[in-house]
Design a protein around this ligand. Structure first.
Ligand SMILES: [Zn+2]
Length: 117
């Protein structure tokens, strides 16, 4: 298990995760398609918000269960609390400082059919 530091663009929101990367996911739901996000998943016990709690915006849509967080200053999506498994966070891997992104396979997730209106 390795610890990775993450932050938004302006550095207001900072967090760290403990994980072993096996795969990243890309989701085709309407929100993720617009964010073009590539994500990894960690249990809440492996996630620590280090700074920026007051500057964290929250966007909720569809069932309103998942909480999609972004920095209110720079607007960057940093992580979200998941709907189907709410004790897990989805993490924007591009916010991580030292992830060896190229070595991790990216899996396409069928998010459209998971969306409920
Ligand atoms: Zn920011």
């Amino acid at each position: 298990m390795q610890t990775y530091q993450g932050s938004c663009h302006c550095g207001t929101v900072r967090f760290e995760i403990d994980t072993e990367f096996t795969e990243f996911t890309k989701c085709d739901c309407t929100l993720c398609a617009k964010k073009n996000a590539v994500m990894t998943k960690v249990h809440e016990s492996q996630f620590r918000l280090l700074a920026g709690e007051a500057d964290l915006g929250t966007y909720q849509w569809n069932t309103g269960t998942a909480k999609h967080h972004f920095c209110k200053s720079c607007g960057i999506y940093t992580f979200h609390r998941k709907r189907v498994s709410p004790d897990y966070f989805g993490i924007n891997v591009f916010c991580l400082d030292e992830a060896a992104l190229a070595d991790v396979p990216v899996i396409e997730v069928d998010g459209i059919s998971m969306s409920r209106v």
